[in-house]
Design a protein around this ligand. Structure first.
Ligand code: ITT
Length: 190
């Protein structure tokens, strides 16, 4: 089976490729000569995932899935959530996003947070959705240099190290993305 993964994020691609069995062939957007950024203007993680998958499906009429992920922090009423990628504004990057988040949590005792991934799959013109959530806490400062995005400031429940201190295989053992991907794989194998 051939599937396009509609992402511009090479870290996600690497994580997902190492979870998907070899008989499911994943190609990225470069294989379609698509190098643009797909807009993410919806008001939920689920809707953004669906938008990204539909955007590519409508353009290329090809089986495709997309991943939208957000970090939801309890003491910030679920922020950055759908704004995770652009939390620190237009010129943001992961460091600026993490710094803003740590600053906003400076006076907060409640450090609870969760990562949520929704994968939207369009297969033979039908839409399917798969969700993965992992609970944890936000650190006081960045720890570790593996992973990507908010990984250095997120400690999953039951652990003492941040996701950026996990190897890719360890992260794939418990992460939000891996929970959603495993549901996707089970569905595709049926
Ligand atoms: P797409 O092309 O797939 O949309 P993206 O990087 O824009 O890639 P998202 O909108 O899903 O992806 O991600 C929102 C933000 O959350 C972004 O800043 C990511 O770096 C971050 N993020 C996503 N998955 C993460 C993970 O597993 N660990 C840490 N941060 C993550």
């Amino acid at each position: 089976m051939n599937l396009i993964f509609a992402t511009g994020n090479l870290n996600k691609l690497q994580e997902i490729k190492s979870l998907i069995p070899k008989d499911i062939n994943i190609n990225d957007l470069n294989s379609l000569n698509f190098y643009e950024e797909i807009p993410e203007n919806e008001n939920s993680i689920e809707k953004n995932a669906v938008f990204k998958a539909k955007f590519i499906y409508n353009k290329y009429n090809i089986n495709v899935f997309a991943d939208d992920t957000g970090l939801e922090v309890e003491a910030l009423n679920g922020e950055p959530g759908v704004f995770s990628a652009r939390y620190a504004g237009k010129e943001c990057d992961s460091n600026k996003n993490m710094e803003k988040l740590l600053k906003n949590l400076l006076d907060k005792k409640n450090r609870k947070a969760s990562f949520k991934t929704v994968i939207a799959l369009i297969l033979d013109n039908k839409l399917y959705k798969f969700e993965g959530i992992v609970n944890g806490t936000i650190t006081n400062f960045k720890k570790g240099n593996k992973g990507f995005g908010y990984d250095p400031i997120f400690i999953p429940e039951g652990y003492e190290k941040s996701f950026a201190e996990f190897s890719i295989n360890e992260k794939n053992g418990i992460s939000h993305r891996s929970i959603a991907v495993k549901k996707l794989i089970n569905f595709l194998k049926k």
